[in-house]
Design a protein around this ligand. Sequence first.
Ligand code: HEM
Ligand code: HEM
Length: 178
Amino acid sequence: MKLSSRTKILHAIVAISMILLLIIGIYMSENEVFALYPLHKSIGVIVFAFAMLRIIIRIKEGWPKVIGNASKAQMLMAKLVHWGLITLTALYPASGMMMSGGGGHGIYIFGVELLSSNYDDVTGKAMALNETVASIGHTLHEALTIVLILFVVVHIAGALKHHIFDKDETIKRMFSFR
Ligand code: HEM
Ligand code: HEM
């Protein structure tokens, strides 16, 4: 079974962006590098759009058929990880938007306003539009970090196992763009 070009291109874009945002996100919040926040958020909102497109394509095309004769347990594991990863690509940016939008910081893509901010004229501080939405978003955004790292590590290890031990086309068919 060949994979469609849109499956391959969207997988590459979303995979690279998610790994990049994971690194930028941890770095900027650990070290309080506020200058990176707009970049992190802008890429994140764009990823949300791509993730939505990808979910629609998965519903239309179904999941890629596994190459080789994997055991039932391996099939189940791959399925679980793929479902987990695709859900995280939507849930992660959604929680970020809840945190920023609900917290009164607004939602922007490189300066283009999607939801306006709500700063106090006197203090200049953000005033929450909805505390509950912001706090659920914040909690989720932080809690998902370890889950995403875990899923990505297992996913990459699985892909490498196909390539190195099974010596099959799993990685090649996902990354061949000719
Ligand atoms: C260097 C990193 C990565 C490699 C080498 C890689 C490799 C692959 C391969 C070979 C497949 C096809 C599996 C099959 O044929 O059954 C696949 C599918 C998939 N990957 Fe990755 N992947 C990487 C990163 C990521 C990341 C970061 C995400 C999401 C956060 C992700 C999400 C998915 C999903 C959801 C699928 C299922 C098919 C689809 O929806 O396109 N991958 N990956
Ligand atoms: C699309 C995928 C995204 C990923 C993978 C991601 C990842 C991360 C990570 C790992 C952190 C550090 C969390 C911590 O340990 O404190 C973080 C922080 C943050 N992210 Fe995201 N993010 C994404 C999208 C977004 C979006 C769309 C927004 C807002 C529009 C956003 C806003 C923020 C903010 C404001 C912080 C800092 C939180 C704090 O300082 O406590 N993120 N992100």
